[in-house]
Design a protein around this ligand. Structure first.
Ligand SMILES: [Zn+2]
Length: 440
């Protein structure tokens, strides 16, 4: 029989969020960082001490005193930097050469949502091991498996990046699919992969459904069909999402779609296919985020030489136009021999090919990732008061961005997830919701 204190009983009755730090994070940890990178400033400082308590950064500097009894972690031979952000992934979708010949249409039919949710947990762990402490999970996640993943991580059941999840992608009937009448009308085979919203009433209802079921960003198909959404439709999405405190990302694949999304004032645009020089100039003027999803040629079978050349030129053009850039992969497939995290890191190849300086690649992967995820004041920068997430690599990514391929150390919420290149996630696993049962 549990004894419930009066204060706790009141909290339960009021339905308040009860947050407790995990026991492992309660003590003081001191990290000795050989080099510490501040991506925003583009600077490196040597021999820094980073103090962590209760899962948050407490102090950072060269002369910070290490309190007696603190656990000291020696990263004096490594470069410490903030965690990475993938602004566009699909953790609960993994299409494969076998059996579905990389046709993701078939993955929905072949794999249950519970199986995909477990795959998402695994993919999240693989992303964290590669240094990604925040992932924007942008739909195609079955029946809200993305919400379940986010909550499981936040409640403290399993390790994983902080998840910003979109719930079900909202589009005109069929979403990104072209279903037969039997698939769409009689059997519901393409659902719940997409949420139909063709009229203003349906748009409002779809946004509210996603918010109710735990989405923390809204994803819409702007132009998956030739009729697509009008400027007014997109404005309605933005207004309604705004009531729930959510931003709207648009999947855009045509110039006309891009023009409408930009005119409506959308938060972010996924994919670069419709983003011409003119669109980039408009995006820069309005400060609209670009999540270009620039697949590298080295991920064989997932782009072509012609498409890759256009992708590289588009990214370069966006950079020259000062469009706010995020690192975004659209990773949603299995490449034998690679983890989901290794697939994501591989995308630096396209950024290198576009001639973007290392410091700006790193900013896209960190500073800009926090901004597009709206975590810049809670999680991301290595700054006192923020969640204690950081990674360490052997080389210096400001000199060679490929240093990010060798993440030796990962800390999330002040708890060590990976050390000496080996995952050590024991402290993240719990038999109950140690961070609170009513996180939704
Ligand atoms: Zn995508």
């Amino acid at each position: 029989m549990h004894i419930v204190t009066k204060a706790k009983a009141i909290a339960f009755h009021a339905g308040l969020l009860v947050l407790t730090a995990s026991p492992a994070a309660a003590q003081v940890t001191a990290i000795r960082a050989g080099r510490l990178i501040d991506p925003e400033a583009g600077t490196v400082t040597m021999n820094q001490i980073i103090l962590i308590e209760g899962g948050r950064f407490q102090a950072i500097g060269p002369d910070v005193a290490i309190p007696p009894g603190a656990e000291v972690i020696d990263l004096s031979q490594l470069t410490v930097l903030p965690g990475l952000v993938d602004a566009h992934n699909h953790l609960a979708l993994t299409y494969k050469a076998v059996p579905e010949n990389n046709v993701y249409y078939l993955t929905y039919v072949l794999e249950s949502t519970p199986l995909r949710a477990i795959q998402a947990a695994s993919n999240g762990i693989q992303m964290l091991s590669a240094g990604f402490t925040i992932v924007r999970d942008m739909g195609n996640n079955g029946n809200y498996a993305d919400t379940a993943l986010r909550i499981a991580i936040e409640q403290g059941w399993i390790p994983g990046p902080m998840i910003v999840n979109s719930g079900i992608i909202i589009g005109g009937m069929g979403g990104q699919f072209w279903p037969t009448p039997e698939m769409a009308m009689d059997k519901n085979i393409v659902y719940p992969e997409y949420l139909d919203a063709d009229t203003p009433d349906e748009i409002v209802k779809a946004v509210r459904q996603n918010a109710l079921f735990g989405a923390t960003v809204i994803k819409i198909c702007v132009d998956c069909k030739p009729w697509g959404y009008s400027v007014d439709d997109i404005k309605l999405f933005i207004d309604e999402a705004g009531r729930a405190g959510l931003k709207v990302e648009g999947h855009v694949q045509t110039v006309d779609g891009a023009r409408r999304a930009i005119e409506a004032g959308i938060w972010s645009i996924a994919h670069g296919g419709g983003l011409t020089d003119e669109m980039h100039k408009l995006m820069a003027k309005k400060g609209i985020w670009r999540a270009g999803t620039e697949t590298p040629l080295t991920l064989v079978g997932h782009t072509t030489e012609g498409r890759y050349e256009r992708t590289v030129a588009g990214l370069r053009n966006a950079y020259e136009n000062n469009v706010p850039l995020t690192f975004s992969t659209d990773a949603d497939y299995y490449i034998p021999g690679m983890t989901r995290g290794e697939v994501a890191i591989e995308f630096i190849e396209t950024w290198k090919a576009a001639g973007i300086p290392n410091v700006d690649i790193l900013r896209a992967m960190t500073t800009n990732g926090y901004l597009v995820s709206e975590t810049e004041n809670t999680r991301g920068p290595i700054r006192a008061g923020l969640a204690a997430d950081l990674i360490a690599v052997g080389g210096n990514p400001l000199e060679s961005i490929d240093a990010l391929r060798d993440v030796q150390f990962v800390m999330k919420d002040g708890v060590v997830f990976k050390q000496n290149g080996v995952m050590t996630p024991e402290k993240f696993f719990h038999g109950g919701p140690v961070n609170g049962w009513n996180i939704r």
